[in-house]
Design a binder for this molecule. Sequence first.
Ligand code: DC
Length: 230
Amino acid sequence: MFRLDQPIIITIDGPAGTGKSSVARQLAKRLGLDFLDTGAMYRAAAAIAIDHGIGLGEPERLVAKVIEADLHFDWSQDPPAMLAFGRSINSRIRDLDVTAIVSPVAGIAALRDHMVRKQRIIAAQHPRLVTEGRDQGSVVFPDAMVQFYLTASVQERARRRAQQLTAGGGQADTAALERDIDARDRSDMDRAVGPLRRPERAMVLDTSDLSFDQVVDELERIVRRKAAEP
Ligand code: DC
């Protein structure tokens, strides 16, 4: 039994393209909780590596630069803006060159240690939180009140990504997108450090055949039901 007006951590993990981030944000809104996008933190580190000419083989330099950048969120924005060196890097962290190297960057052990510590500090400051990523239930918050793991088929995730690209006026090669998603899954799951894992306690939801609203409804229903349990 827990109360939704008291400290509560809800974790949402899963591979890229399952809609985790939008779902987590909407769930947080409905429940009146804060929303933490931990992928944005790894993306920020990848952007810093590129923009400061730091290679993947220089973990100490990278962590030092990330500390100097004083990565933090501006919680007055919706969603919270990722700041580095005092400036928002929200659009930079979605650039293609950042996306291309973020998975290996997220595999750097010293960087993960730093990020895990940072995420726990954020949770101490924002104790009513929906946090989303790859290791939030398995590593960072193993005692979280509710843990979810979202999945979807590679084909469906490629279809959703293609839709986003064409809606933004771009071109989409669905076969290439499927290959990219498959490669990123492998890279996230097979890396030695902080691999994507389904947490043991997590409730699994396959979103392949569900709309965005259906997914959020289902997660909200589960959380409220658990909160009402004796
Ligand atoms: O969710 P996303 O696409 O913004 O995540 C970017 C990358 O960061 C992705 O390759 C997985 C990695 N990541 C991670 O390793 N651990 C997290 N908690 C969040 C993201």
